[in-house]
Design a protein around this ligand. Structure first.
Ligand SMILES: [Mg+2]
Length: 384
């Protein structure tokens, strides 16, 4: 099977509500680049890049892409470089992409996902099998609240839990007093069984503020504290000053970031993405190195549509140390049954079938490739 070409799209899905966090209070989620690659055997593969200009890491080492940069680099550099390749030759494909474009992992991830989808469909095997087999059938849902007024947070968390969510993720890092009070109110409203995790998105101004807030939140039993401050040195100081595990997200893009976080004792765990390292192939390399250090992860992302979310679920189920509750959406299709709030950020999608959600677990769509059927009418409807 050989890649013969492909097509890029920029698609915007309708939102259930706005979703913001400390480092992004302006740009709306849900405007992503999609790609379809075609092969000489008539099999196509789909990929997605939820690129955002405001998303990056500390020190300017990792920085924002946009749907437009993904389309430009994809059409003019990356896709031409891998045309003629077998999509199963994924190491060669990454080598070719890296030879023509430095960085820009989200653009590369979109094509990497499309290659895995096409290769799996060609072989009649799911992507999880190409990644080494699956350890679980789905991912524990963490329902993400975003930066909302406190009353709305509590009300939405109650609904999400009533619909089956067992973990709530709270966006913090905006106002220290609010961040402590909100976690207290959530614990009171949700009871002792529900897990609560917090994500500061580098929002605290000082190490002392981050330690003070996290220490106060620990009174209400939080499972972990994600990226409270920017930079690995500051993260290491917070990690030394609190008792809950500190998770790296903005600080953990590549395999080398994992090595540095470990050497600096800056994080116990990290947020594994398909996109930050540059695709499923690179994500597995990163996760395998983390495992050597005893580090574990969730599978995070940027509220992917059904294509990218399927890639997240294949990665999460095929990666032994990616077991933490994760913000993988419950992909929802307009008019279909399913939860209305728990794991739901968009009210429609570009795939034909909604994803399963049972006992607090988002279920892996199983089938050849990513296991999803793309609805090209929906792409036409929501494309620019
Ligand atoms: Mg995060």
């Amino acid at each position: 099977m050989r890649i013969t070409g492909g097509e890029f799209f920029i698609v915007t899905l309708p939102l259930r509500r706005q979703h913001t966090w400390a480092s992004n209070t302006r740009v709306s989620i849900g405007r992503h680049a999609l790609v379809r690659i075609d092969t000489d055997e008539g099999v196509s593969g789909w990929g997605e890049a939820p690129a955002m200009a405001t998303w990056g890491g500390p020190g300017g080492v990792h920085y924002g892409e946009t749907p437009e940069t993904v389309v430009h680099l994809g059409e003019d550099y990356l896709l031409p470089a891998i045309t003629g390749c077998d999509p199963l030759d994924i190491a060669v494909i990454h080598d070719r992409m890296d030879a023509v474009v430095k960085g820009n992992p989200y653009a590369k991830a979109a094509l990497d996902i499309a290659c895995y989808d096409a290769a799996g469909k060609g072989l009649g095997r799911p992507v999880w099998a190409l990644l080494g087999g699956k350890f679980r059938d789905g991912v524990q849902l963490a329902h993400s609240l975003g930066l909302l007024p406190m009353d709305e947070c509590v009300a939405e968390a109650r609904t999400a839990v009533a619909e089956g969510a067992r973990t709530i993720k709270v966006k913090t890092g905006h106002d220290a007093q609010r961040d402590v009070e909100l976690v207290g109110r959530l614990r009171e409203a949700l009871g002792p069984e529900i897990r609560i995790r917090v994500d500061g998105n580098e929002g605290y101004r000082t190490v002392h503020e981050a330690i003070a807030v996290t220490t106060a939140q620990q009174e209400f039993d939080i499972m972990l504290c994600e990226q409270p401050v920017a930079g690995d040195a500051a993260m290491a100081k917070v990690a030394a000053g609190v008792s809950v595990p500190v998770m790296a997200d903005e600080s953990a893009w590549t395999a080398l970031d994992i090595v540095r976080l470990h050497e600096m004792n800056a994080a116990a765990c990290y947020s594994l993405y398909v996109t930050k390292p540059g695709g499923l192939y690179r994500a597995r390399q990163q996760a395998d190195i983390a495992a050597q250090y005893g580090m574990y992860s969730d599978v995070g992302g940027s509220i992917e549509m059904g294509i990218g979310n399927a890639a997240n679920l294949h990665l999460a189920t095929a990666t032994r140390n990616a077991w933490l509750p994760s913000v993988c959406p419950v992909t929802t299709v307009d008019g279909a049954a399913g939860p209305s709030v728990a794991g739901v950020y968009y009210v429609d999608d570009v795939v034909s079938e909604p994803f399963g959600f049972r006992d607090g677990v988002v279920l892996l769509p199983d089938g050849p490739g990513l296991g999803v059927e793309v609805d090209v009418d929906k792409i036409r409807k929501y494309a620019e």
